[in-house]
Structure formats: structure tokens, C-alpha cells
Design a protein around this ligand. Structure first.
Ligand code: GAL
Length: 912
């Protein structure tokens, strides 16, 4: 039988005359071909799923993304032909530095010896593909095709176009590696233990709880969903994971034995290596090591087989990346199972590894402002934990029912109290809590502004920053609170100045940064800059590693107000990460200027646990946001943002905000890298942009807009960005992040946020693709009193709803829509309802000595008033039933007045 595919008539004629068969590479099993993580290998298409076109000509063949490798067992094939090129889906290096270039190698293997037959570089700028024709292949065992990245793996969309083999007899076939043995029989799980114990396979437990370095753990498959195979040995059962990984099994007193065969799966690339430790922790916290070893590709599995003893509480499997990169570290926990003997106890279960990390899984370094309500929510990932608190400073109390410390401290100062966490069967652990109460915090409320990256990238310039400033003012965004303009990557000159100081690109910033900062300040705004904790930034400019002091001092001289500090090209371990951020944090402190330190290591080393101590007041918790509802890994659409941010609420607070990255409203699919990695076309519906905005507000994430300020902005987009009542939830002075309460069977997620004046914001996010109804049940929400009456404000629409007792019924929430309600307890009186309506009439008067806030029509209704600067630093607060209140005039030029009454919140920016 002849297999012909995309062959020229010449080749077909040749093949027929020689009475040989021809097989196209595209018709072989492409699952053996490896390519850059997160990218795809496609038959007859580019890696991006578009036509396999090179310079406008469409071919058959295989599209891939460098680095990529394909090994073919030749089985006696006689000839091979291919064309090598970069597909038209990629940008060219002449358009974008380092894009669309790759190195190719074509190698033959025989008797464990290699012969490179073709090697060189291909570029998207090449006029034509490179042709490779190999004849006389008899005697060679394998052909290896490789694409390596140039300097960067950016847009290296490669093709083996028109790739085909001529053979007679057995067809050549792709395979997982060189000189691999034919598959051995598959190892099956035992059916019972030696004494009749029940078998509980590891893969039958909730493997989503395994902490995993890349993709998601797979039951009974490798991480790339192939049959579990270690050095040719195949296994029916087990879990495919990727280093670094951690699995914790709670033994529940009924598991008696554990067995597992650990190794690197044959599907992994050559650079795969890992190490592992299996240990057991008993109820008193003592640990016993069971086994540990290094793992290398094509080594046999390491067998772990141990009895479990009385008092053993957790079995812990830790897999490391052997201190290299975690590239290709596909590890199999093959043939892994427990013996289980029923003793009125549950079978073993996988639990979150967080149960081990700390008994207290919440912020322990906190901040507050004098006179402003403070809240510290205690949380342990261990559901059995209970807390008590001692040594509380005056003004704070412990709310035992809700596990929170709350109150108001009037005096600035440094305070400490202790939380005692108890877990049954273990010694209680005491954790000291540090609380700084200050009127000079870096970032009392999440910063609001504009960041250049998503739409501007390398075009950032003096002109763009001025346009951003002017645009924010003319559009009303400034009045809504957006006051920071942050230049992201690539503002730099090609190198530092001769004296080592950083300097800006001379063409795009002809006058340098200082005059630009002066301009930004003259418009009442703040200027941000970007650097990286390594020798280079993510896009290749010079970084700050080793130059922290000179950089911080220069930023201070220039008048910079915020530094976004990225983490590309820096060591990935936690200790180095902490050290590098601390070094810059200290340098900024020593610079003498108040500069907000904005960490950006994408949540890789849990910055919420240490970045406040390193001097940051906000830190990124995800990889780069994409302008779409759902992104392909490793991109982050709204779906991924929710998954990654929802459980981080215990770590947010005043001056310590989890940053979910830039907002995409206004980009509408026209961003730069923010438009990559989208499932479907980039861009979102207005409903989806509203949901993204609502989530960021509920989480207290900084609000960094990122649309293209050079173009006009639509009224609808502007309305989303300036929803005053939504912004007030984001800017709430108590700095809480919404707790994620859960998700129902229809995909509706419930989030709840405590607000400074005692109100509670409740959001319902419909993540499903259908319209849903939902009932908010106050019994599910500890912040609410199910017996009390609440005034309800629809925050998306800025409209009052009916008062609620016990629940709110929402008849319809559209696909991907988010409803947000602000609930105020006990405000059913006509006085309060009228007062809330009258808030539109608030009058502010300012002179050299006093700021007076008047609220006509609100006599007798309770109002909370807070005066702050644009970063949220509070000058004064008051709760009053009068119709006016007076504060001493603060020194700031711009004063934000926020008044809350019966669930409605009004803010005004006034100039002195
Ligand atoms: C990424 C960062 C982005 C942007 C970019 C610039 O690492 O997450 O937000 O700053 O680098 O190169």
C-alpha cells in the first residue's frame, strides 16, 4: 500500500519507479515530538494552528515551536527529504528583535555514533526554506531532527515542510528516544495486599491537590498523557507529575504500607533530571525519611516500599528539579498504592501540602492607619486548627466566631500580638504578629493608574507618558482616582551611562526622565518605572542586579514614585528571590524618597508570605494577564486569574496587596503580548471586562489600566473603569481581599469582602457559559447576620435594591457576568434611605485651615467620612449623624473625600 501525502509529481514518479513506499512525517505519531512548553506540534499546520506557510507558500508537513526534537527509527528507510523554515505565523527578527529565528540540526545515528548531516540557522526573513535531501540511509538506525531557539524562544515557529521518507518493508516511525528497547509488558497493580489488605491506588485520590511544577498531574498517565513509561518499562497505574512537585497524603491511621516506583518518564527530553525524598511525619511533628534519590532519564525506576507505623500522620513526596531548571522534568510516581485496612477510619487521602508549611496561613506582618478600622483574618489551611490571641494592643479585640482581630488603633506605632494555633494531637504553635500603625505607609490602598506594557511595549516614550497623563485627566480617569503612570520595560538606553547610572533611551526620552517626572507631578500624578532583579530585564534591557543602590538613588533623583521590579533571568529558588527583593527594598528605603516597591515575580515563590518584609507593598501573584476570558497555559485569562487569586485573601491587607496584573478593559483584543495565548480570538465582551474589573475591586488588587492611551476610548469602556462605587470597594481603607466562599454546581462563585464602615460587599461571578439564577444565603456568610435587615445596593448599576433579610435571590446572571452588592446593616429607616439618595448633593469646602464636608438632606442618618490623599493615606475620619463635619486642612494638594451612608459610597477629589 502506498502512503502519499503532499508529494510533488516528480517524487511520486521516482517513488513508483523504485518500487518503494513513501511516508510523510506528518502521518507518523506526532505525540513523540517535543516542543517549547505550552506550544503545540501540528500536522499540516504551524504551531499556532494556521496554514503551514513559508513566505506565502503553503506546505504539508509538521509545524512546531523551537526548542523541538523529533526522533525517527528508520527501520531501513533509504531516503529523507524536507524543507526547513520559519512559518509566516511568526514575527521576523527585523520586525521584533530575537523573534522568528531558530537553529536546525539534522543528525543520523548508527551504532551509538552520530553524524550531523545539516546544521544552520533559519529565519523568518529568509527568502526561501532550506532544503535537506539525504540518500543512502541504509545502515543508519535513527534520524534526529532538532530545532533550537536562537537567543530567545520568541516566535520560533518552525516547520519540517514536505518532510517524507522513502522506504520499503517496515515504515520508519517516530519514537521517544534513541536506542529504546521495544516496549516491555505493562506492570499491573496488585489486586490485594499479602494479608488481604485493600489496595488504594495513589491515582484514585484527589490528585489535583498535588503541587506540581507544570501542567496538571495525570492519573495513570504521564504528564503529557502518554502511558507511564520509565526506561522502557510501562505501568498501568500511577501519577504523572512534573518537578518541582509535592504530594502530601494524610494517612488517617488506616494505611499500613506504601509502594511506589519513581523515575523520569521516557517522553521527557534529554535535559530531564530530578530528585525526590519520601518521608513520613508523625502526629508530634517528627519526620522520618523513607527514601531519596536522584533521577535521570533512561534510568530504571527507584522502588520505594515501606511500612507505615502507628502515629504516622502524613506521607510526603517531594520532587525537586535537581537545582537546574525544571525543564522537561516529567516524573512518574508509577505503580503507587497503599495497603488499607478499615478501622473505622477513612482511607488515606491527598491533602494540600499547605497543611505542613505553617499552622497559620495568613499575613503575619500587618499595617494600618491611625483612626481607621483594622481587620486581621486568621486562617489555617488545616481545617482542624483553632486559634487564640493574646497581648492585643488597646483598641483591638479578637472575634472568636469569625477568627479575626479587629478594631481601631488611634496612635501611630509598632505593635505586636501573638496568635496561638492549635491542631488536635500536636503542640500549639505561637506566632508573633507585627502591626505597624502609621500615617505614612507606602500604599495604604491599592494604587490606581496606567501601565504601559500591554499595548505599548517597546514604544514607551516621553510623548506616550505625557499623552497618558493628559488623557487620564481629560477623560475623567484622574478624577476617578487613577493617578499613577507606570513606564514598564524598555524605557532604557542600550546600556548604562559611563558612571554606571541607569539612563533612558535617548531617542524616545530626549530630555531624560527627570523633566518628564516633573511634568507628571505638575499634573498631580505619580510616575512609575520598571527594572528587573537580574542582569537583564524580561525584554532584554539592562537589569538592576548588582546596581540596586545606584538605581534606587537615580530613580529618587529623577522623582520616581513607584518601581515595578520584575524577575526574569534570576535564580528561581525562594532564598535567592527573597534576597534579591530585599536588597532592592533596602536600597529604595535608603534612597531617601518615598518609592512604592511593586514586586513582580509572578507568585512563583509565594511572595504573599515574604514580600512585605522585603519592603514591597504589592506583588504580582500570576503570570502575565491576557486579554481574554480563557488563556492557554501559561497565559492568564479571567478563568486562570480566579483560580490563582481566589485563595490568597488571607494575605491581603493595608499596604500589602496581591496584584492580579493589569486590567484589560479598553484593549479590546488590540494589545501586544497581552493578545497572545488566548483560547479563541483575543478580547472580551463588555460583560467579561466588567467581571474582570469587579474581581480586581473585590480582591483589592491594584487597578493598572493598560489600554492604548494614544487612541480614543469608548464611553462604555470608560464607564467600566470609572464605576465609582466599584472603585470604592477596591479602595476601601481596611484593605481586605474578598474571601472566596465557594462555587456552586452551576459555576457561580461567591466572594465576600468586609468594608471599613462595617458594610459587606458580596459578589456572585457566573463562570459558566449559560445564564444562571442564584440565591445568596446569608447563613453561608460569616460577615453577615442572617436575622438582620440589610440595605442593598447594586454596585454594577449604582442602584438601590429592596432591603434583604437572610438572602438575596438573583433571578438571572448572564454568562460570565458578575453581580456585586454592597450591604449595610439595619438601614431600613426612611431617614437613611433618603440620606443615601442625598449623597449626590455632598458639598466640599476647603480653605487654608479647614475642609468642611456638608451633606444636605441627611440629618439623623449615620455617615462615615474619610479624608485621604490619592494614595489612600488618611488625614482624618469621622462618623456623624450631623449634616456637616470639619477637618483640619491637610498638606496634600489633592484631597479625596469619601462618604458612605446606607451602602452608598461617594468619593470626590478636591484641590486645595
Ligand atoms: C513580564 C511581566 C510583565 C511585563 C514584561 C516586560 O515579566 O510580567 O508584566 O513587565 O515582563 O518585559
Amino acid at each position: 500500500m502506498k502512503k502519499l501525502f503532499f508529494l510533488s509529481s516528480m517524487t511520486l514518479a521516482a517513488a513508483l519507479t523504485a518500487n518503494a513506499d513513501v511516508i510523510a512525517l506528518a502521518d507518523m505519531d506526532l505525540s513523540y515530538i517535543t516542543c517549547l512548553s505550552g506550544e503545540a506540534v501540528h500536522k499540516n499546520q504551524s504551531t499556532k494552528g494556521t496554514d503551514l506557510a513559508i513566505r506565502g507558500k503553503v506546505y504539508g508537513g509538521v509545524g512546531t515551536h523551537a526548542p523541538s526534537k523529533c526522533i525517527v527509527r528508520l527501520n531501513g528507510a533509504s531516503e529523507f527529504h524536507t524543507l526547513l523554515g520559519i512559518t509566516d505565523s511568526a514575527e521576523s527578527p527585523s520586525q521584533k528583535a530575537n523573534h522568528g529565528i531558530a537553529e536546525y540540526t539534522v543528525t543520523l545515528h548508527k551504532n551509538h555514533e552520530t553524524e550531523v548531516r545539516a546544521t544552520g540557522t533559519i529565519s523568518r526573513d529568509d527568502a526561501a526554506p532550506v532544503e535537506v535531501n539525504l540518500t543512502n540511509l541504509a545502515g543508519y538506525e535513527y534520524l534526529e531532527l532538532d530545532f533550537a531557539t536562537g537567543t530567545q524562544p520568541w516566535a520560533d515557529h518552525c516547520a519540517w515542510a514536505d518532510a517524507r521518507f522513502t522506504y520499503s518493508g517496515t515504515a520508519p516511525a517516530t519514537c521517544s528516544g534513541l536506542y529504546t528497547e521495544p516496549a516491555a509488558p505493562i506492570v499491573q497493580l496488585p489486586t490485594t495486599g499479602p494479608n488481604g489488605e485493600q489496595i488504594v491506588p495513589l491515582s484514585s485520590l484527589d490528585i489535583s491537590l498535588i503541587q506540581n511544577g507544570w501542567r496538571t498531574p495525570q492519573a495513570n498517565k504521564s504528564i503529557e498523557q502518554n502511558t507511564l513509561t520509565i526506561n522502557g518499562q510501562r505501568y498501568a497505574s500511577g501519577v504523572g507529575i512534573h518537578a518541582p512537585a509535592k504530594a502530601v497524603v494524610k494517612l488517617n491511621g488506616s494505611a499500613t504500607h506504601f509502594h511506589c516506583e519513581i523515575g523520569i518518564d521516557d517522553e521527557a527530553g534529554e535535559r530531564a533530571s530530578a530528585n525526590f525524598v519520601v518521608k513520613v511525619r508523625n502526629t508530634s511533628g517528627a519526620e522520618r525519611s523513607i527514601a531519596s534519590a536522584e533521577l535521570h532519564r533512561m534510568n530504571s525506576a527507584v522502588v520505594v516500599d515501606c511500612d507505615i507505623q502507628a502515629g504516622d500522620k502524613y506521607l510526603i513526596i517531594e520532587v525537586g528539579d535537581l537545582n537546574d531548571t525544571n525543564e522537561a522534568d516529567h516524573v512518574d510516581l508509577a505503580n503507587a498504592y497503599f495497603h488499607f485496612v478499615f478501622q473505622n477510619s477513612n482511607p488515606p487521602e491527598l491533602v494540600s501540602p499547605d497543611v505542613l508549611s505553617s499552622t497559620l496561613n495568613c499575613a503575619t506582618v500587618l499595617f494600618s492607619q491611625p483612626g481607621v478600622r483594622f481587620m486581621h483574618r486568621l486562617h489555617s489551611n488545616n481545617p482542624d486548627a483553632t486559634f487564640s490571641v493574646n497581648n492585643l494592643p488597646a483598641g483591638l479585640t479578637y472575634n472568636e466566631r469569625r477568627h479575626l482581630v479587629e478594631g481601631i488603633i488611634k496612635q501611630e506605632g509598632q505593635y505586636t500580638y501573638n496568635v496561638l494555633t492549635s491542631i488536635p494531637g500536636e503542640d500549639p504553635v505561637s506566632t508573633p504578629i507585627s502591626l505597624t500603625v502609621s500615617s505614612h505607609l507606602q500604599q495604604p490602598t491599592p494604587f490606581m493608574g496606567w501601565i504601559s506594557w500591554n499595548t505599548i511595549e517597546g514604544e514607551i516614550s516621553d510623548d506616550v507618558v505625557r499623552k497618558a497623563c493628559d488623557g487620564m485627566i481629560s477623560s475623567g480617569l484622574f478624577d476617578a482616582g487613577y493617578t499613577v503612570i507606570c513606564m514598564d520595560d524598555l524605557w532604557h538606553a542600550p546600556s548604562r551611562a559611563a558612571d554606571g547610572k541607569p539612563q533612558a533611551n535617548a531617542t524616545r526620552f530626549p530630555n531624560g526622565i527627570k523633566p518628564l517626572a516633573d511634568y507628571v507631578h505638575s499634573r498631580g500624578m505619580k510616575l512609575g518605572i520598571y527594572s528587573d532583579a537580574a542582569g537583564r530585564t524580561c525584554a532584554g534591557a539592562y537589569g538592576s542586579y548588582g546596581s540596586e543602590t545606584i538605581d534606587a538613588n537615580t530613580y529618587a533623583e529623577w522623582g520616581i514614585d513607584i518601581l515595578k521590579y520584575d524577575y526574569c533571568f534570576a535564580p528561581t529558588d525562594r532564598a535567592s528571590t527573597i534576597t534579591r527583593y530585599t536588597t532592592m527594598g533596602n536600597a529604595l528605603k535608603a534612597s531617601g524618597r518615598d518609592i512604592i516597591f511593586y514586586g513582580c515575580e509572578w507568585g512563583q515563590n509565594s511572595p504573599w508570605e515574604w514580600a512585605a518584609q522585603a519592603g514591597c507593598s504589592t506583588w504580582r501573584v500570576t503570570l502575565d494577564v491576557r486579554d481574554c476570558w480563557e488563556a492557554r497555559s501559561p497565559g492568564v485569562g479571567v478563568i486562570q486569574s480566579l483560580a490563582q487569586v481566589k485563595d490568597l485573601w488571607p494575605y491581603s491587607g493595608v499596604n500589602r496587596f496581591n496584584d492580579a496584573d493589569m486590567l484589560c478593559v479598553g484593549i479590546n483584543g488590540k494589545g501586544k503580548s497581552s493578545s497572545d495565548l488566548c483560547v479563541g480570538t483575543p478580547g472580551m465582551t463588555k460583560t467579561e471586562y466588567r467581571t474582570q474589573f469587579a474581581l480586581w475591586c473585590m480582591w483589592g488588587s491594584p487597578l493598572g489600566l493598560s489600554f492604548d492611551v494614544r487612541n480614543p476610548i469608548s464611553a462604555t469602556d470608560l464607564a467600566i473603569m470609572t464605576n465609582r462605587e466599584m472603585i470604592d470597594i477596591n479602595q476601601d481603607k481596611m484593605g481586605q481581599a474578598a474571601e472566596w466562599i465557594g462555587v456552586d454546581a452551576n459555576g457561580c462563585n461567591l466572594l465576600v469582602k468586609d468594608l471599613e464602615n462595617g458594610d459587606v460587599a458580596v459578589a456572585v461571578v457566573n463562570m459558566s457559559n449559560n445564564t444562571q439564577s442564584y440565591v445568596i444565603d446569608f447563613n453561608q456568610i460569616a460577615a453577615l447576620d442572617p436575622t438582620a435587615t440589610y440595605a442593598v445596593r447594586d454596585v454594577q448599576r449604582c442602584e438601590d435594591m429592596n432591603n434583604a433579610i437572610g438572602s438575596i435571590s438573583i433571578p438571572s446572571i448572564a454568562k460570565h457576568e458578575t453581580k456585586v452588592y454592597r450591604l449595610s446593616k439595619g438601614t431600613t429607616s426612611i431617614v437613611e434611605t433618603l440620606a443615601a439618595k442625598s449623597l449626590d448633593n455632598v458639598i466640599t469646602e476647603v480653605n487654608d485651615s479647614n475642609v468642611t464636608v456638608k451633606f444636605p438632606g441627611t440629618d439623623g442618618a449615620s455617615k462615615r467620612v474619610i479624608l485621604s490623599d490619592t494614595l489612600g493615606r488618611v488625614f482624618g475620619s469621622a462618623t456623624t449623624t450631623d449634616t456637616q463635619v470639619t477637618f483640619p486642612t491637610p498638606s496634600s494638594d489633592l484631597i479625596v473625600v469619601n462618604v458612605v451612608c446606607a451602602g452608598r459610597s461617594i468619593s470626590k477629589v478636591i484641590r486645595r
